[in-house]
Design a protein around this ligand. Structure first.
Ligand code: XIL
Length: 371
């Protein structure tokens, strides 16, 4: 009835002859409705095609940051793509409740010349996080990689110690009140069994004390953020995680400020350690938080259906493990979509190169839902 009423004036304008009969009117209406449907269909198809090329990522109605609550779901964010790649940016703005600057806070980027700080990239990520009510994990201070040329063997122990303290203090004071946690110490444990500490410029100059020093300087600079030791290949119970466990036990015994352990979790397809929960729990039992800080699952082969299903299973297993541990506070994936991962050929992330959700995305959602 309503449609007919709307239709009548048009007929009236078009025709000066006698009013059309009811069957003509009805046929016209059917014809116009059919055209409208075809038009709408073409519009929707064009939208879908365009969105695959330019626009928003495919809509699933699933927001992982909401499902993760009270935990945080995070990503390493990278200013090379943020606000330059539209779909990447949309995912960043909608799916995550915690961000780690992928490179922007590393020593070489943020203090490339002694006492000359470049906060541009880090600021961008902190601002982005705040604009969507997300938190930030600062990354990182004491690491052997990404160092600027001025941190080198020519520095004396006193000089490098001073540089470390100044670096940590300057950054933490700048971001006071805005950063939830810092990876104060990154990758301190050696891959060689029984070696315990990785040999770096820091251990060369300051010995094992370098770890305690960095943590102490961080606490002094700002007592609020959670202070982490972050490492890889420590997800299951193995020689490396055993070494870390002993180091952490002794740091705690000595009263060194340490709040949490980050399990990077760069994992190869099908190789999520079966002892992951047990391992994380033993660190929690030392009165620490734990977090999955750099999760990605490397296919190391073609992205066929079987591999993607296994990848989904692996993501599910890691996220579920975190869900089972009360003090596991966050799961962060190292990147967002496969085209911008630090592992270019591994198809390691939950979104593919077109920013479409992969089976891994739905598996993460299920795990957060406890399914
Ligand atoms: C990687 C970044 O993703 C790359 O962009 C960069 O070129 C090298 O570093 N462990 C860490 C991260 O703690 O900082 C590393 O990030 C990946 C391994």
């Amino acid at each position: 009835m309503k449609l007919l009423a709307m239709y009548k004036p048009v007929q009236h304008l078009q025709s000066t002859a006698s009013p059309p009969s009811f069957p003509t009117l009805f046929l016209n209406l059917v014809q116009e409705m059919a055209m409208a449907y075809v038009g709408a269909l073409i519009f929707v198809c064009v939208q879908i095609v365009l969105s695959g090329v330019f626009g928003a990522p495919a809509k699933t109605g699933i927001i992982l940051r909401d499902l993760a609550e009270p935990r945080f779901f995070g990503a390493a964010a990278n200013t090379t793509y943020l606000f330059h790649d539209e779909k990447y940016t949309e995912l960043a703005l909608t799916q995550f409740s915690i961000f780690t600057p992928e490179d922007e806070m590393k020593w070489g980027e943020i203090e490339p010349i002694q006492n000359v700080f470049n906060f541009t990239g880090a600021d961008e990520i902190v601002n982005l996080a705040e604009s969507v009510g997300a938190k930030v994990r600062g990354h990182n201070f004491l690491w052997e990689t990404h160092l600027p040329p001025w941190i080198n063997e020519s520095l004396s122990a006193v000089e490098i110690d001073r540089a470390l303290k100044h670096h940590i203090t300057t950054i933490m004071q700048r971001y006071k009140g805005r950063i939830y946690a810092y990876d104060v110490v990154n990758e301190p444990i050696s891959d060689t069994p029984n070696a315990t500490f990785r040999q770096t410029i820091w251990t060369d100059k300051l010995g094992q004390e370098s770890v305690a020093k960095a943590l102490t300087y961080a606490r002094e600079a700002d007592p609020v953020p959670k202070l982490y030791i972050n490492d890889y290949d420590i997800e299951g119970i193995n020689a490396k995680s055993n070494s870390l466990y002993e180091v952490v036990k002794s740091l705690k015994k000595d009263g060194v400020p340490l709040d949490a352990i980050g399990f990077q979790s760069h994992i190869t397809l099908g190789q999520v350690p079966s002892t992951m929960k047990e391992n994380m729990q033993r660190f929690v039992d030392l009165d620490l938080d734990v977090a999955i800080t750099e999760l990605d699952i490397n296919l190391r082969g073609p992205a066929n259906e079987t591999a993607l299903a296994q990848q989904a299973k692996d993501y599910h297993s890691v996220v579920s493990t975190c869900m089972e541990i009360e003090r596991c506070v966050s799961v962060t994936v190292w990147g967002i979509s496969d085209d911008h991962s630090w592992i270019p050929d591994g198809e390691v992330l939950p979104w593919d190169a077109n920013k479409n959700p992969k089976p891994a995305f739905f598996a993460i959602a299920d795990a957060f839902r406890g399914k």
